[in-house]
Design a protein around this ligand. Sequence first.
Ligand SMILES: NC(=O)c1ccc[n+]([C@@H]2O[C@H](COP(=O)([O-])OP(=O)(O)OC[C@H]3O[C@@H](n4cnc5c(N)ncnc54)[C@H](O)[C@@H]3O)[C@@H](O)[C@H]2O)c1
Ligand SMILES: [Zn+2]
Length: 377
Amino acid sequence: MEGDAAGAGAERVRVELGARGYDIHIGSGLITRAGALLRRVLPMGRVVVVTDETVAALHLPALALSLAEAGIRYDAVVVPAGEESKALAPLGDLLDRLLALPVERKVAVLALGGGVVGDLAGFAAAITLRGLPLVQVPTTLLAQVDSAVGGKTGITSRHGKNLIGAFHQPLAVLADVASLATLPPRELRAGYAEVVKMGVIDRPDFFAWAEENGGRLIAGDEAARAEAVRRSCLAKAAIVGEDEREEGRRALLNLGHTFGHALEAEAGFGEELRHGEAVAIGMVLALRLSVRLGLCPPADAERLARHLAAVGLPTRSPAPSAGRWTPNALIAHMTRDKKVADGRITFVLARGIGRAFLARDIPRADVEAVLAGGGAS
Ligand SMILES: NC(=O)c1ccc[n+]([C@@H]2O[C@H](COP(=O)([O-])OP(=O)(O)OC[C@H]3O[C@@H](n4cnc5c(N)ncnc54)[C@H](O)[C@@H]3O)[C@@H](O)[C@H]2O)c1
Ligand SMILES: [Zn+2]
């Protein structure tokens, strides 16, 4: 924990990536102090804020005021809210709007919003003029603990989610936990699933902290929110610092995502199932699969499911009906995932809470049994 010259109560987590390293600032009210915090890291006193309509109405005025107070010139480009903005046509539109301003090489793109804005604006920054500086100001819990950190940016193709993208690390991340006060409870819970994920991967003490404090966090406690963001960012920064381009260990961050993406695909990536909800179910399935393979104590899988349920997250896949949500349909989605190499699915399994590892060549029968609701064989 470090104090910050630009404001009391802010904490910093460093992402160690040599010349591409950066600070994640975490605290309450950081958007109102953004100008002062960013002045030192921006290559010139000008930014283009990219945000969505919902976030623009709630948080753009405070950000704009703080940039103006710090003498930072800004333009704002507002895109429609929702996953549909993470696609080729909206990207083309955004690029045209950036170039029409016009932007030059040292103008930073500032992504103000959830993971959709972060991924879209981040990718636009990565490819406009062969790379503009980027600042992430995440306003959803999911974006603060996960998507704004680590440099993955991209959009969805009609062939699948996040298939077009680039690694583009930001200059800084400002996670203002006060901005979460306007987030709908369902979005907050969905983001919370990624917090739990960090504990299950390699931080058992963080998982225990979450069991203790998760309810308070969901109910609105800002200190608990800041602590969850700080610990999640520490966990993610450690993994990204070791394996920036996902050649190995970074794949652990996909815990719950192999099953989760299949569930999201079956739901049509819409309102029926939010990403974090799918990850919650996916993590439970990953631990049940680990139990079935004799790798994980059943009590750990139950402990995970119990905590997720306690904060109001789903822990089971919808029941199969009319050919939907069947094990076969879900496995078909999994084999189309971009993480499949040579037709072999990589699973993130666990020897217990805090002991995740990567595994290949899991027998299809075991995956099917777990999807069908079967436990240990
Ligand atoms: N790049 C990565 O490493 C990475 C990691 C995880 C997820 N993602 C991506 O993140 C996306 C999901 O992000 P998300 O869950 O933040 O969704 P989102 O960006 O769509 O935000 C969810 C909704 O909340 C609204 N919103 C955002 N901030 C708000 C606030 N403070 N108050 C009120 N409303 C607010 C948005 O307008 C939107 O309607 C997915 O596309 C996923 O692929 C990327
Ligand atoms: Zn995720």
